[in-house]
Every structure is written in structure tokens, then in C-alpha cells.
Unconditional design. Structure first.
Length: 215
């Protein structure tokens, strides 16, 4: 319990800045994907633990300053780096990274695949979700952490935390009928995009999460 409290404490008081308008969001995601995996570490994110209200304001002010420098063509632009801000200790840490052309090209191709995602409705409301969950042909995946409640009373539900879903995709068929859900719909939407990017074409997610079911 103390370990989880400490992780939440760090999450609430810390934030990251990266000038998306300059390096592009995809490069940021590629940079994060190259960090080595750590086993048995579940770090809560902002959607589950919240964040100190002044943090977005502080980081937003720094990002706005970078935008002004880009527009005016003056100063030194903070590029190819991540800035980690710890408000609790008033410390900054910089992480530098370089462009990986192979990953960049892969991201560009994945982006084109995602264009089809916007043409179809993969979102499920409460009624559609419960109907499909009653169909034994669907694989239902709970993306939440093991301690998140409430539980869904269907025997066919598989529990695969969001952080592990990508490596579990190789065990699933591309044409398999899959339903994703989490607490609020945020993680399931990200997982849905990942599935579609990797060629799955029969995947759905509960739009507003299991909290919308009012169980």
C-alpha cells in the first residue's frame, strides 16, 4: 500500500513538457516506446489518480513561451528533449532523444491506417455493449488494473492491463471479434487505435467506460 501511495504521490506532483508543435506528437510517442520495460511496476496515470491543478498551468506557460519563440524566430527552442518538472521539489530534468527514421516511417504508415478508424463507428453505448457481451463470439478484454472496481459479471471477460495489451496482441486473430473496456473509456480508446493500427478490423470499445453502466 505504501508503495502505491508513493507512486500516486509522484504522479500527482510531476509533469512532462515537450513542444508537440515543433517535434510532433508521434516522435514523442516513439521516444517513450523505446524506454525498457520494467516488470511488476504499475504506475498510475493522471486519468486514475488526478493531477495537481497548477501543474498544467505551469507547463502550459512554458510551452506557450516555446511557441512564441518559434513564431518570432528568436531564442533557443527546446527541441528533441523532454522536460520533467517535479513541483514538489522544484526540480527540472531534461531527457534528450534523436530521430529514429525507421520508427518515424512506421508511424507515418500507421497514421494512414488510422484514417479508416474515423470512417466507422467503433464506439459502443451501454445497450450495445451489454448486447455484444452476451454474444459468446466476442472476446471481452478488461484493460483496468487488477484492483479497479466494479467487476463485470461475464465469465468470458479477460483481464489484460492496458500497459500489457500490445504484447498480448500477437495471441489474437486479426479478424477476431473483440470488445475493449476500462474505467472511463480513455484507455480503451487508445487500445482501440492500437488494434486498428496493427490491422485488427473487428474491434469495439465501451465509449464512456464501465462507470457509464452504473453497476
Amino acid at each position: 500500500m505504501n508503495s502505491m501511495i508513493n507512486k500516486m504521490h509522484v504522479e500527482i506532483w510531476s509533469d512532462v513538457m515537450c513542444p508537440f508543435c515543433y517535434i510532433g506528437k508521434r516522435k514523442f510517442e516513439i521516444a517513450l516506446s523505446q524506454f525498457p520495460e520494467k516488470e511488476n511496476i504499475n504506475v498510475p496515470n493522471c486519468s486514475t489518480t488526478g493531477v495537481l491543478g497548477v501543474l498544467p498551468n505551469t507547463l502550459g506557460m512554458l510551452q506557450a513561451t516555446e511557441v512564441l519563440k518559434l513564431i518570432l524566430g528568436i531564442g533557443s527552442v527546446f527541441k528533441n528533449k523532454l522536460l520533467i518538472y517535479n513541483a514538489l521539489n522544484l526540480t527540472f530534468q531534461e531527457l534528450a532523444f534523436t530521430k529514429n527514421q525507421t520508427q518515424f516511417n512506421r508511424g507515418f504508415e500507421n497514421g494512414k491506417n488510422l484514417s479508416s478508424y474515423k470512417k466507422y463507428n467503433y464506439n459502443l453505448d451501454k445497450k450495445s455493449f451489454l448486447e455484444k457481451c452476451s454474444d459468446e463470439n466476442y472476446t471481452i478484454i478488461d484493460l483496468r488494473e487488477i484492483d479497479e472496481l466494479p467487476r463485470l459479471a461475464f465469465s468470458s471477460v479477460q483481464h489484460i492491463p492496458f500497459a500489457e495489451i500490445e504484447k498480448h496482441q500477437k495471441h489474437l486473430e486479426k479478424n477476431q471479434q473483440i470488445i475493449l473496456f476500462c474505467q472511463s473509456g480513455t484507455r480503451s480508446k487508445k487500445a482501440l487505435e492500437l488494434f486498428i493500427t496493427n490491422g485488427f478490423n473487428n474491434v469495439y470499445h465501451l465509449q464512456n467506460g464501465i462507470q457509464s453502466l452504473h453497476l
